[in-house]
Write a protein that binds this ligand. Structure first.
Ligand SMILES: Cc1ncc(COP(=O)(O)O)c(C=O)c1O
Length: 403
């Protein structure tokens, strides 16, 4: 058993009764994410200026503490200068929207001026708790489209400003994230804008599928950089609407079939739509106050596309309290077990903290086959996307970490 003092918080653990390792990836899931569409996404995104794979960092000190053989942390803080993995998804979906709509209008990207004029007539919009909106705004500015972003009451001023820095108009609305989703849709309908959402719902799947297709690049890179001969045995993935987790699971499932790792979801207890969904074996909405310090994970409704993949592909879920996020940020910042310090934002560490939570419980370790030989991969999905908040929570400014 690997007891880490940082995992002293109470967590919840639930195995997915619908998980099926022998299930083939199959045509239904291929209609959502497939190798060919991924290759298009990869060729496109890796061709954008400023593309560089983010680092995969080994954390042997924390691994030892957790009683496992190896731990690697894919640190997305440097992604395209935007601070999170979300740069891969929203911006790629904007690119796809523009290219689809230009093709429908009979305009080819090679017709420079006509293509630019077409882009300038397009307005993309979305609701966000920060990172997705930043990606959509950045994509819109890069490709010459207009952009309006909706944020809810408690999205920080720092995050609002970061989106405005990409020339988007930002509208703050009442209520929580799910209310801002509805408002974005209402205004898009009224103004003939295109909603570029990272979550899917009945009748709206093409664009969130493109978003997820972009996210897959993160999993591809992690495998490419993986330092061990054998694959990871376990991957811990934080969930908001589930698009990121589903993209990673799909990528491994397609490539490795039944030999894929064990996948564990990590969900904030304050907005536990994935915990409740897995517990009930069916999509379950969590109503009311879903505020959590893990702002990027504060969603009450899962994405139906993500469910199509995670229903059988996720093996378990861990529910985490807010305090675990702050513990995780500090743990990575000070490198207290001899690891290289990492700057991780509030939504970046849930996967890591879910690992630490279960690694201290014999029954949960046994249920997941998490032995002392386990090789675990986690995704640090954001850096200090709100530097002031980071400093408040960690007690160090992001640029003081590691210095
Ligand atoms: C930093 C970070 N990590 C993880 C997620 C979760 O992604 P998803 O909503 O696709 O589950 C988000 C979503 O905004 C995020 O911003």
């Amino acid at each position: 058993m690997g007891h880490t003092p940082e995992a002293g918080f109470a967590h919840e653990f639930c195995l997915n009764g619908l998980a099926d390792r022998s299930e083939v990836y199959g045509p239904d899931r291929s209609a959502i994410l497939n190798a060919e569409a991924f290759e298009t996404a990869r060729a496109t995104i890796t061709g954008w200026p400023g593309y560089a794979p983010t680092p995969l960092v080994s954390l042997p000190g924390i691994a030892k503490q957790a009683g496992i053989a190896a731990l690697a942390y894919k640190n997305e803080a440097s992604r395209f200068g935007l601070g999170s993995f979300k740069a891969l998804g929203g911006a790629y979906a904007v690119w796809r929207v523009l290219h689809r709509s230009a093709a429908q209008a009979g305009i080819s990207p090679s017709e420079g001026k006509a293509f630019a004029a077409h882009a300038a007539e397009l307005t993309v919009t979305c609701a966000t708790d920060g990172n997705h909106g930043r990606s959509v705004a950045w994509g819109a500015r890069t490709f010459g489209c207009n952009c309006v972003i909706f944020i809810h009451e408690t999205v920080s001023e720092g995050r609002k400003q970061a989106i405005e820095n990409f020339s988007a108009r930002v509208v703050r609305c009442k209520g929580n994230y799910d209310d801002s989703v509805r408002e974005a849709q209402r205004q898009a309908d009224a103004n003939d804008w295109t909603v570029v959402s990272d979550t899917s719902y009945p009748g709206y799947t093409d664009i969130p599928r493109d978003v997820m297709q972009g996210y897959e690049l993160m999993a591809f890179e992690a495998l490419d950089q993986w330092p061990h001969e054998a694959l990871p045995t376990h991957v811990f993935l934080q969930t908001g609407v589930g698009g990121m987790a589903a993209a990673v699971v799909a990528h491994f499932w397609r490539r490795f079939g039944a030999d894929r790792p064990v996948f564990v979801l990590a969900d904030p207890l304050n907005s536990a739509c994935w915990l409740e969904t897995i517990r009930n074996g069916a999509p379950t909405v969590v109503d009311g106050d879903i505020e959590t310090v893990m702002a990027g994970l504060a969603c009450g409704e899962i994405s139906e596309l993500a469910w199509s993949i995670l229903e059988k592909g996720a093996d378990a879920v861990v529910g985490l309290p807010d305090e675990s996020a702050v513990e995780g940020m500090k743990l990575l910042a000070d490198g207290r077990y001899g690891d290289r310090p990492q700057v991780a934002g509030e939504s970046a560490v849930a996967g890591l903290m879910a690992l630490l939570a279960v690694s201290g419980k014999d029954a949960e370790r046994a249920a997941l086959g998490l032995t002392e030989n386990a090789r675990v991969l986690v995704f640090g999905t954001e850096g200090a996307t709100d530097p002031l908040l980071y400093e408040q929570l960690v007690g160090l400014a992001p640029d003081e970490v590691g210095s």
